[in-house]
Design a binder for this molecule. Structure first.
Ligand SMILES: NC(=O)c1ccc[n+]([C@@H]2O[C@H](COP(=O)([O-])OP(=O)(O)OC[C@H]3O[C@@H](n4cnc5c(N)ncnc54)[C@H](O)[C@@H]3O)[C@@H](O)[C@H]2O)c1
Length: 333
């Protein structure tokens, strides 16, 4: 039997990761979330019917919580964070407090355990995005070992990236000092059902297509991105955590993402096909402020480490995602 803790377990990745881990009948899960973003919706209630799942509603920034947690976990996926671009601008001080405190308390809790679990920390590609703004260059595809940069400490946008940058250092040096296995993953544009509303391009397209918005604006039509479907993502995370190759020191930092680039315009086209509806008129608008022309992860390292690569076609992933958003219009926002 493997006992696994997922913080942020009611969120987008946490929910799908839990479902994936439950396919192994030997896994037992504890999910912690304060439901600040993740919701007690129909999907999550269904998941909680499984007897091998325990849900704890708690705030991970409260130190007293940790003494109530079990002490016999084999693995911990620390996903909880404030992860919504709008909030980076509105409450940067809270983004800094919540993301950093919850990570420090998790690390301190692991430090105090006799049997130490293996930790997975979700960083972000935002941790290196500032390098482009500051030095106007980044290798593309971008490997893991590029400098992490906060290009402007007075710009609230970087509050989130700062927590991921310092978070990576906390995980690297706690794992080294207190001798526990850990892995850092940097997500690159994950998508799928139940990914929240607004902010990210695919949920935004889904909502606007479901509402048949016409004319249909596309922001940064020539900008390219890659999109990695959530079932591929959780498989990658699980393979990394289960691999003995990530048990040693120094710990590994690994990019997870897809490698087939697509422009926003072509993405919209694929979404229209998936939805079976196309607007009569498309309006091209400038990219959102601070957005880069290309972002592409180098995924050679994860391929070498565990043999993972994304399998789900964009067509299939977009169709499933659109269907979910059509069925679940506003409730989750
Ligand atoms: N989804 C992506 O493409 C992406 C990209 C880059 C980084 N990440 C990182 O991956 C992790 C998971 O992302 P996600 O997309 O599932 O985000 P999410 O917002 O859907 O999930 C995070 C969860 O953490 C919970 N949470 C926040 N503060 C908490 C607190 N104080 N106590 C307890 N729970 C708390 C929220 O309620 C939410 O359910 C985050 O750390 C995020 O920064 C995700």
């Amino acid at each position: 039997m493997k006992k696994i803790l997922i913080t942020g377990g009611a969120g987008f990745i946490g929910y799908h990761l839990a479902k994936h881990l439950l396919t192994n009948t030997k896994n037992q899960l504890v999910l912690v979330d304060n439901l600040q973003r993740g919701k007690m919706d129909a999907d999550f209630k269904e998941l909680l019917k499984n007897k091998r799942v325990q849900f704890i509603q708690a705030d991970l920034t409260k130190p007293e919580f940790y003494s109530t947690l079990d002490t016999d976990f084999n693995q911990v996926y620390h996903l909880a964070a404030v992860n919504h671009t709008k909030l980076f601008y509105e409450i940067p001080q809270e983004v800094l407090r919540i993301n950093t405190l919850s990570l420090i308390y998790i690390l301190e809790w692991i430090r105090g355990l006799k049997k130490k679990p293996k930790l997975c920390f979700t960083s972000s590609n935002e941790a290196y995005a500032g390098a482009l703004a500051s030095f106007n260059q980044l290798p593309i595809p971008t490997p893991e070992n590029v400098p992490l940069v906060i290009s402007d400490t007075y710009n609230a946008r970087w509050s989130y990236a700062a927590t991921k940058l310092v978070g990576e250092l906390f995980v690297i040096f706690y794992a080294k000092a207190y001798n526990f296995p850990a892995v850092i993953v940097r997500p690159h544009n994950f998508y799928g059902p139940r990914a929240g509303y607004g902010g990210h391009v695919i949920p935004d397209f889904c909502e606007r297509i479901a509402a048949k918005v016409n004319p249909f604006p596309i922001y940064g039509a020539d900008d390219t991105r890659t999109f990695c479907y959530i079932s591929d993502v959780v498989l990658a995370m699980r393979m990394l955590m289960d691999s003995p190759k990530t048990d040693g020191q120094p710990i590994e930092t690994v990019h997870i993402g897809a490698s087939d680039e697509i422009t926003m315009e072509k993405l919209a086209d694929k979404m229209f096909s998936a939805a079976g509806w196309k607007p009569k008129k498309i309006i091209s608008r400038p990219s959102p402020a601070g957005s880069v022309k290309r972002r592409l992860a180098d995924i050679v390292k994860i391929k070498k480490l565990v043999g993972w690569q994304p399998e789900t076609s964009l067509e299939k992933g977009l169709k499933t995602t659109f269907e979910w958003y059509k069925e679940n219009p506003k409730k989750y926002s």
